[in-house]
Design a protein around this ligand. Structure first.
Ligand code: PGA
Length: 255
């Protein structure tokens, strides 16, 4: 069985103090919701405080990106050895890093390999723009992103990887894909993984949907057979709403 995974991508929100106050507020309510994996991904500077506040809980911490080199003259960047011990997960290839920081498919692959090398669990994000979607090219575009991201990654590493399908036109816009649309694309992603590896690996791979996930549409997504969780921006920034998303995921999966 694929354990549902709900991850909050905080983006550039919350100071270190606000981040610690947030996780201190949610750790009690989330303690009972252990049928789903719960992850918070604060900005880098909040990671030490959040990791410390969550010590001894089952709530995992994730970073929002990493560089593929261990160290070097890369102003502003953070590497795997710096994150190791602090976080379990790391988001790679989020569309905002692809768009604003020029992250390419090839870089996503290098970042994923670096994360795996340092014992981290990548959440690899893929998804198409509105133009690609309207041209009817979503499936081939996403397939290309997946094939590039997994290039050279051995099957033995796959149990540590989560994929997040996030149509760019649905991120932060209030427009989301329908549950059925998202399930169909995610089913295709699973088929691509089966083609690259095998059915067993693809069947075990957890694939999230992301893009304007809110408590009022969570059940629609989580009741789809291929959707194993959500990568959530805006609705993960409020304590009640994040806890509710986790509760709804568990309810929808009948756990
Ligand atoms: P959103 O962001 O939930 O605010 O649409 C999702 C994401 O970018 O991961």
């Amino acid at each position: 069985m694929r354990i549902p995974i709900i991850a909050g991508n905080w983006k550039m929100y919350k100071t270190p103090q606000e981040a610690v106050a947030f996780v201190n507020a949610i750790k009690g309510p989330l303690a009972d919701l252990s049928a789903a994996e719960r992850v918070v991904c604060p900005p880098y500077v909040a990671l030490p405080g959040v990791a410390q506040a969550l010590e001894g809980t089952e709530i995992a911490v994730g970073a929002q990106d990493l560089h593929w080199e261990d160290e070097g003259a890369y102003t502003s960047q953070v590497s795997g050895p710096m994150l190791k011990g602090l976080v379990k997960y790391v988001i790679i290839g989020h569309s905002e890093t692809r768009e604003y920081q020029g992250v390419t498919n090839e870089m996503v692959n290098k970042k994923a390999k670096a994360a795996l090398h340092h014992g981290l669990h990548p959440i690899i994000a893929v998804g198409e723009s509105l133009a690609i979607n309207e041209a009817g090219n979503t499936q081939s575009f996403v397939e290309t992103q997946i094939r590039a991201a997994f290039d050279g990654i051995p099957a033995s590493d796959l149990e540590r990887i989560v994929i997040a399908y996030e149509p760019i036109w649905a991120i932060g816009t209030g427009k989301s894909a329908s549950g059925e649309q998202a399930n169909a694309i995610i089913g295709n992603i699973r088929a691509t993984i089966a083609d690259l590896y095998d059915d067993a690996v693809a069947g075990a791979m957890r694939i999230q949907y992301g893009g304007s996930v809110k408590p009022n549409n969570m059940i629609e997504f989580m009741s789809q057979p291929h959707i194993d969780g959500a990568l959530v921006g805006g609705a993960a920034l409020k304590e009640d709403s994040f806890v509710e998303l986790v509760r709804l995921a568990i309810e929808a999966k009948g756990l």
